[in-house]
Design a protein around this ligand. Sequence first.
Ligand SMILES: Nc1ncnc2c1ncn2[C@@H]1O[C@H](COP(=O)(O)OP(=O)(O)OP(=O)(O)O)[C@@H](O)[C@H]1O
Ligand SMILES: [Mg+2]
Length: 325
Amino acid sequence: MISIKEPVSGDNFVNRLDLLKNLHLIYPTDNVALIGPRRIGKSSIAEQFLRTLPDKNIIKFRFDVQENNRSPGLLAMQLLRFFMFAYYEEVIKKDAYEIADMEINPNVLLEASLDLSSKTLQKLSLFLISYYPPTPDNEREVLRRILSFLEDFSAEMETKTVVVLDEFQDIIDLNKYKGFKNGEILGFLRGIISKQNRVWYLFTGSAVRLMIDIFGKADSPFLGRVRKFNVTRFNKDDTIQLIYKCIKRPITSEALNFLFALSKGHPFMPMCFNPCFNGCHSGSLTPFLFCSFPVCFNPCFNGCHSGSIIIENRYNHFCMFQSLF
Ligand SMILES: Nc1ncnc2c1ncn2[C@@H]1O[C@H](COP(=O)(O)OP(=O)(O)OP(=O)(O)O)[C@@H](O)[C@H]1O
Ligand SMILES: [Mg+2]
């Protein structure tokens, strides 16, 4: 079953071909931002892009800024953890359990640096051991060192790195910490990122206005430095393709039209129908829809979706749907 909780990729991923083609054309020259509302499919596109990168010698991973947004130093430590895990798992194909404790015990990084014969990791480990745990005074330096390390380590290991910074707009929260008090976080990041040749960034964000400000406002340090793409809703063909991935039974064109109208091209909506069609129902679709449809749709309308789909007259819809099968 296709998840609605997690981003999807691989066989479950539908379309976005033009966007993916553009990403592949631009990579690794300019950094890119994907901007679009909640649940539109940004993280899935990012995951699919990572999956379809041809070069095997790449450290690649998706890092959710929102989920890891603590102090600058702790965020940086999490980023480093993702990076090292990706290196172990993607490039040298080794289990990364040795460095699992790095956030509470940076000594394990020193051991890893010997294991990997890495001078850059050794240097960073010694720094982190002496400065760890981060205090308000050294937060900025921890973040700077770790971001710079991504480039230095990639050069040392002759790899490239692709980092997806998901929900990037939340990085602005770091401005409340000492070291970034004057709202400098974007300028600080730009200063480091713009010097990097081996690390490529894909920023995604669902706070559309904030993302537009970050990458397009006249006084933003990122102005004109990142290629922006809007992630839009699915067209009818894509929606139908998605519905066929969810519904393992024949479906009439009227029903497809109806589902497209109902979903309005939001890719996660057909997934919400999935259990209704394939799971809880085993016989004829008609009576099931008539009696259970509202229950199955409930989470979609009240929970994950925030209101752009309005069912004005549910009863009419059920009757309409019923007549289609
Ligand atoms: N291209 C796609 N193919 C198949 N399913 C998709 C696709 N895009 C989105 N979905 C469906 O929509 C759900 C939400 O997608 P995703 O997590 O990528 O969106 P998002 O824009 O990153 O959401 P959020 O703003 O909450 O982070 C997925 O779990 C999946 O069910
Ligand atoms: Mg996402």
